[in-house]
Design a protein around this ligand. Structure first.
Ligand code: T4K
Length: 412
């Protein structure tokens, strides 16, 4: 690939398309544009909360800000209990254990690997079911196919900040006697049939990682309407202590710190603005991509009472129309300092230890395999402007128009 510092290649006469860094032009962006750049909430409010933590000298262990975050989330989500945790992965692990899942649990392979690892970490076998092609969520018919006598539960994932088919998954759970958990790591601020995501199944698990719409630096939470389950998870996140010197359960350290809760509360206050900005960015991408062949934005209509937080801008690449593969377009963007991501390539079933354990899994996951090869995730959030989105679209359009040259340059 030519150096980004070599002299720019002029655009073809008459073209308004930008020159391309893969063809020798300087990169379009001086600074990298990330997927997952954190949204920074109001600094004064955050710092005031941190001052209060220092004044109180209460830094962790179910402090007042953790409790305030839990209560605020209970009201927002319309649930009886929210148990805050140190991150989404630990929250998943604790929820899985508290629910008593064992044997096999059905999950999508097309998700962040933490969904599968949270099971495997406790010797539960994740059984990967295929997704439907337009929304990338678990396909209920495929769930049914994967149920065996060892199956104890299903974990649905609200991938991309869009509600998965909660009603269908809950119905399978009722009919087949399986416990239902939802991985809502992407889904704070989303709505399913008029209800905030959080009250589905036995419990729903959120992530408040730095890259999420609500961030607590690192953080997570489990929402549930089950009083006993909530009590159990509170014990489990604190080594099983039910008071000084009294351990009543096996547990780990899953506690959220006060400084994380300070960030979580402040970030939650900005959620509506963040979602509005994400939606505006999404619409800007939609307009900019309307005329570009082969770029299909994931914009399947939501149900009339559903809502997304637009956290991810997901594009599926049709190589027959673009003349370039998804990976070639990732390389084109990277040369311009746009760090698009291939989430959730190559699918959990192609990562260890699952690849070695289930070498044939791909045979029952044809949609996962295709989607994982075609999906590109683009930068959004409060750090990305409409003008930058237009430039990203211009780069993609120019690359597609000059696909032959681009492919040859990338092959060098
Ligand atoms: N279930 C699902 C479905 C999930 O997607 C996740 C996490 C979980 C469960 C587990 O929740 P947590 O245990 O994480 O709470 C990122 C996040 O680390 C991860 O939270 C997220 N999903 C996943 C989809 O994305 P990476 O490895 O891609 O992150 P990373 O470090 O590359 O960050 C993305 C970009 O953001 C970077 O290129 C740079 C930028 N960035 C990142 C951080 C942390 C910043 O600019 N500043 C920052 O502070 O996994």
């Amino acid at each position: 690939m030519p150096s980004p510092n070599s002299s720019p290649t002029p655009a073809p006469t008459g073209s308004r398309r930008p020159p391309l860094a893969v063809l020798g032009a300087p990169p379009a962006f001086a600074e990298p544009l990330h997927v997952g750049r954190p949204n920074i909430p109001d600094r004064a409010r955050l710092l005031a909360r941190i001052e209060s933590i220092l004044d109180r000298r209460w830094l962790t262990n179910d402090g007042p800000l953790v409790q305030e975050l839990e209560q605020t989330l209970c009201r927002r989500l319309g649930v009886r209990h929210v148990v805050a945790m140190c991150n989404g992965t630990t929250a998943l692990e604790i929820a899985i254990r508290a629910l008593g899942l064992t044997g096999e649990v059905i999950v999508p392979s097309f998700t962040f690997v933490a969904t599968a690892h949270a099971l495997m970490w406790q010797e539960i076998t994740p059984v990967f079911a295929d997704i439907e092609p337009r929304r990338h969520h678990l396909d209920p018919a495929q769930i049914e196919r994967m149920i065996t006598p060892r199956t104890t539960g299903i974990i649905g994932v609200h991938l991309w900040g869009r509600p998965c088919d909660v009603a269908a998954i809950e119905e399978i759970g009722r009919r087949r006697g399986l416990k239902i958990l939802f991985d809502a790591a992407h889904a704070i601020g989303c709505t399913d049939r008029g209800r905030p995501i959080g009250s589905g199944g036995a419990a729903e698990v959120f992530s408040f990682h730095a890259t999420k719409c609500v961030n607590a630096f690192e953080g997570g939470a489990v929402a549930t309407n089950d009083d006993r389950l909530a009590d159990k998870m509170r014990l489990m996140r604190n080594f099983g202590f039910a008071g000084y010197d009294n351990v009543v359960y096996v547990g780990i350290n899953g506690k959220m710190s006060e400084v994380s809760a300070a960030m979580g509360l402040t970030s939650l206050e900005d959620l509506e603005q963040v979602v509005a900005r994400n939606q505006a960015n999404f619409e800007a991408y939609r307009r900019a991509f309307a005329e570009i062949p082969g770029l299909r934005l994931l914009d399947e209509p939501l149900g009339p009472d559903d809502a997304s937080n637009y956290q991810y801008v997901v594009v599926q690449i049709d190589e027959r129309a673009t003349g370039l593969t998804r990976d070639e377009l990732v390389a084109v963007l990277k040369a311009e300092n746009v760090l698009a991501r291939r989430y959730f390539y190559p699918g959990c079933h192609r990562m260890e230890p699952y690849r070695s354990r289930f070498p044939q899994a791909g045979l029952v996951l044809p949609v996962t395999e295709r989607v994982a090869a075609e999906v590109l995730v683009l930068p959004t959030g409060t750090g990305v402007s409409g003008a930058e989105i237009d430039r990203i679209a211009g780069i993609l359009q120019a690359a597609i128009e000059r696909a032959g040259e681009v492919r040859a340059a990338l092959a060098l």
